[in-house]
Design a binder for this molecule. Sequence first.
Ligand code: GAR
Length: 201
Amino acid sequence: MKKKIVVLASGRGSNFAALVQFIKRKKLNAEIVALISDNPTAGALLLADSFNIRAICIPFRKEERTNFNEKLFKTLKDSEPDLIVAAGFMKILPPEIVNYFERKIINIHPSLLPAFPGIGSIQKAWEYGVQVTGCTTHFIDNTLDGGIIILQSIVKIKPNMSLADLESAIHKEEHKILPKSVKYFIEGKIKIINRRVVIEE
Ligand code: GAR
């Protein structure tokens, strides 16, 4: 039976699109059963439509956070996913959801964690003047971008690189390591020893 994946995305959805294409190209034994967004204007919702993937919007309002969390939790449970992928999801998941789906939620983050967690990470790294940065996939736990690391990819910041150059270089790497991480998960190849991930090829 195909493994069921639910993708969470708040923005344009380039990582979501990369994952859809990878699953198709590599014939992964997996199916994205829904794309959920907190943002009604997210490009990811339109992309989901174009891929014939169920697009669900649960609009987020700050003053209704509890209501949002409950709806999201219910929608996720109803989908019975084997894996949840946060592909540019800009809301913090509440402990109920994180604990229920422990080690079943993979996040992509645009820095070499544990450096530059939170938002605006690419710009923060660029302004800080680091010479290498990159991206990380990790399991979501109840810390801010502090969960167990699955894969990382390095991007060197050359002296003449603009912030936009750096952003596109990082996105390019994200589009490789997120699908790869999903593949390893789906194929049961991720072993965790203490905090260290070992990929059993
Ligand atoms: C990606 O760069 C992802 O790493 C980042 O949002 C972007 C989404 O791009 N996620 C975070 O910053 C999470 N803290 P996309 O919508 O084109 O996939």
